[in-house]
Design a protein around this ligand. Structure first.
Ligand SMILES: [Zn+2]
Length: 81
């Protein structure tokens, strides 16, 4: 699996609906690719931010996070999906 393919499967992985036949390759790639590990983390973090802002818990979330991490997430977001 390539980094590009991993990104395409990311949403299904995060939702727990990824095809078991693909899951092995996905997790193997994560094990060997720090870039994708970081990308996955930032993706999950972005979902958390979205959820927190909807629930009005954003201030709470923001105080528990270092600001440089927030900016790293913003910077790593794909331009087009
Ligand atoms: Zn990768």
């Amino acid at each position: 699996m390539t980094c590009h393919e991993l990104v395409e499967f990311l949403i299904e992985y995060a939702q727990g609906t990824l095809d078991p036949a693909v899951l092995g390759a996905f997790e193997h790639h994560l094990n060997v690719c720090p870039d994708c590990r970081f990308y996955l983390k930032s993706y999950e973090f972005t979902i958390r931010i979205g959820r927190a802002s909807v629930l009005g818990e954003f201030d709470e979330l923001r105080t528990e996070l270092p600001e440089d991490l927030v900016w790293a997430v913003v910077a790593s977001r794909p331009v087009a999906v």
